[in-house]
Design a protein around this ligand. Sequence first.
Ligand code: ZN
Length: 369
Amino acid sequence: MVELMRAARLHEVGAKMVIENVERPVAKGTDVVVAVKGCGMVPNLANVLANWETWYPHMPLPPRPAIFGLDPVGVVHEIGRQVMNIKRGDRVYVNPGRSCGACHACNSGTPQKCEYWTLNGYFGYNPNSLEIFKRYPYGGFCEYMLAPQSALVRIPDNLQFQQAARLGYLGTSYAAIKKMGPLAGKSLIVHGATGTLGVGVTLVALALGISRIFAVARGRPLLDRLRLLAPNRVEIFSNRDASTKDWVKSLTGGRGADLMVDTLGAVASLDAFKDAMYGVRRGGRIINIGGTAGELPVDVKWWMDEQMELVGSVWFTTAEGQELADMIQQGVVDISSLQPKTWPLDEINEAISSVASGDGGFTSYLVEI
Ligand SMILES: [Zn+2]
């Protein structure tokens, strides 16, 4: 007999989501079914729903009617016969990163390099993602979702579901920081520091030993709040009217910062990105995890002469998600400054429109189910 569940579905781009009954997934093979308790909402969701297919026609959304929802948390409800290391009742975060699971990249522990790399419940990176959406058509805005066992991050007992729904953007920050190497004695420009990713980068970099953070954003009140996380290590700057490069150089004897991470959103200015980049010192490393699009004119001679490293980093592996969850459990990473704001599933359309005018990276938005 077919069991039904409640799900929020989008029938066409531009329409509202509709709560309706759909068939509940069944766990087979190495998959599990998770009873969803909450799902984090990205501040970018309204933009993705409205504009994605126009902006990035090569990157497919899931076929409609679609169940979106990027950052689900919940309890394992049912396991497939081949599942060994996960059991019913486990509290989990479902990493939405999907890949084929069988290519050289996947087998090397680098699923982001897989030709099928997809963010389940959100969007794909090329037409191969349509194959992933066929197999995993459930995002987190529903009562039960299907997930491969390899996507599950165990949530420690001292981490509430509301907090764990933030693991996606914290994990993305952590994966970027791992690509920086040892942080001791280093300085870091966090560009877009007061957004969801920027606050995540600041929290995790402080926890892992960065000496000095140059936090750059537009709005002052949130920058002041960011500085209070570690007043001796975080210096703040509003780039609304002045150059990030000049500010960082003035504080570093003209040399610049060792590292930079850019976290800006889809419609951010490339001029601001470029200005901040030239605030990084000779031999420095610049990592991009933001959604800014467009061609960035980079002086390739500067790149070679100064031995600069430009690195792209997308999302994170389930292993990195688990490392982060374990560090939160042990108090290495303190996320107590992040405050949840929640809506019930029935109010998902209000939630999506409210998140679009969000109040910065200290707030974690989620739908509770
Ligand atoms: Zn693969």
